[in-house]
Ligand binder design. Sequence first.
Ligand code: F6R
Length: 243
Amino acid sequence: MQVLVYSDYDEMSAAAARMIASKIGELPKPVLGLATGSTPIGMYAELVRLHNEEGLDFSNVTTFNLDEYCGLDAEDPRSYHWFMKEHLFSHVNLDPEKAHVPAGNSADPDGECARYERLIKEAGGIDLQVLGIGMNGHIGFNEPGSDPNSRTRVVRLAEQTIEVNRAKGGLNALPGYAISMGIGTIMEARQILLLANGAGKAEIIRRALTGPVTPDVPASLLQTHPNVVCMLDKPAASLLDLS
Ligand code: F6R
């Protein structure tokens, strides 16, 4: 795993956006895996800037988001559909047909999960998957104890995850279930970009990057992936020995 440390959040976000822009420039039909949450907001803002000011072209790009809350429709401001529209989709020339987020409000959630897996396969797999990391080491909504071979499925969220996300969003309530890509799905991405910022993430980053590889810390499983770049700001890297 390549670990890159930046002086602050803005530097980290700009570097992450540059890496995505290079991938878009390199490949005829790039397939990106995308994350929501507070961590990638700066990266999306920089991608929008690159589109507006430097002509970064999303017309050949296909995207697959990691997850969506169950029971929320795309127009619900708590949904990850909404988040992606707000931060990226409505600001760049990405074809809406190629921007995929699991349908959390599907009447057939298991069928939706199977459909999502099929769409990823049909697109040729994910070239670059962006990940944040939860306070308990989750990636996507794969909470501690998730099967390393899991595929896209309905998951129950940890109480801590619901509380952290509720508080961050200033929301009254969030669903307890989500559709999430599985760890097996994520690990099939050809390259992974793991992002973390802030001192609050320092301990879980230390465990994920240097602790034992265990499903109890889902992000530690990334140590077994052949092509992971981890971008951190200084506070998030503060418990790593990088000498
Ligand atoms: C979001 C996702 C989650 C977040 C993680 C960190 O799509 O899958 O794993 O990446 O909860 O969230 P933030 O960035 O808000 O700390």
